[in-house]
Ligand binder design. Structure first.
Ligand code: GTP
Ligand code: MG
Length: 274
């Protein structure tokens, strides 16, 4: 005899509430990025955020409805006393810099430091999803931080990286979509960043070497040898860097350019060494 069991109904996934904050220097475009996504518009006049702006939005990720509380912070140092209250209980951070303002890129570390300080010794930043927005990519003429430099900084910390323009809308929906999916993955993973996200696919040594090569002042400096070094010394330094950065072995952003620069530096030096 068949039991009279009602057909199984798929339980609706639970709705989720998350808190997201924006961080980055004043005028980099934090508010405009949020406005572009939530209101589909762009305001060209600069209206500085006073302390903090708060908004709520709903998004759908897979079969879950997500209620997002967005706290848009003022970047100006003057508002530190207001924004420092809002770092706690955050699941996601939108960290923004302006690709035409080197200062705003250099300041990213101090934004992380401010957050860490406010979270205190028991605060854990490993269970927060960070997305770095290299914003204002429409201003191509003024760009001074290229994609590989930004991506290298972000990915070596296990952060997501997107190139965005709040003005044209480029990259904005993709950024938010990936950001929200990563936060939901994190929540479903017991508050831990999914491993693929957590560890960069390149080493710190590779990242540091690429940065050092970018900032080197001449070919000697690039190979890390003293001016006037011998052929053997140049070749030895070259081989070490080639093994570390060869595009077949190294997937760090900028490795290909760094490798080419090292090859050129070696050729230039060997030409002049007897
Ligand atoms: P604070 O609230 O002071 O921390 O600044 P913010 O980071 O929120 O900057 P906001 O979004 O107010 O934008 C600052 C200025 O940059 C405004 O004049 C915007 O119109 C402009 N802006 C923002 N995003 C873009 C962009 O992608 N491209 C261009 N060309 N301008 C942008
Ligand atoms: Mg703002």
């Amino acid at each position: 005899m068949e039991a009279n069991v009602p057909p199984k109904r798929k339980e609706p996934a639970k709705s989720l509430r998350i808190k997201v904050i924006s961080m980055g220097n004043a005028e980099v475009g934090k508010s405009c990025i949020i406005k572009r996504y939530c209101e589909k518009r762009f305001v060209s006049k600069y209206l500085a955020t006073i302390g903090i702006d708060y908004g709520v939005t709903k998004v759908q990720v897979r079969d879950r409805e997500i209620k997002v509380n967005i706290f848009d912070m003022a970047g100006h140092p003057f508002f530190y006393e207001v924004r420092n209250e809002f770092y706690k209980d955050t699941q996601g951070v939108i960290l923004v810099y302006d690709v035409g303002q080197k200062d705003s890129f250099d300041a990213l570390d101090s934004w992380l430091a401010e957050m860490k300080q406010e979270l205190g010794p028991h605060g854990n930043m490993d269970n927060i999803v960070f997305v770095v927005c290299a914003n204002k990519i429409d201003c191509t003429k003024h760009r001074c931080i290229d994609e590989s430099e930004g991506r290298l900084w972000a990915e070596s910390k296990g952060f997501l990286y997107f190139e965005t323009s709040a003005q044209t809308g480029e990259g904005i929906s993709e950024m938010f979509q990936t950001f929200y999916v990563s936060i939901v993955d994190l929540c479903e993973n017991g508050g831990k960043r999914p491993t693929a996200n957590n560890c960069a696919s390149f080493t710190k040594e590779q990242a540091d070497t690429i940065r050092r090569i970018r900032n080197s002042k001449d070919s000697w400096d690039m190979l890390g040898v003293r001016p006037g070094a011998s052929r053997e010394e140049v070749n030895k330094a070259y081989r070490k860097l080639a093994v570390l950065l060869h595009p077949d072995k190294c997937v760090a952003p900028g490795s290909e350019d760094a490798f080419k620069a090292v090859v050129n530096a070696r050729t230039a030096l060997l030409k002049n060494i007897k």
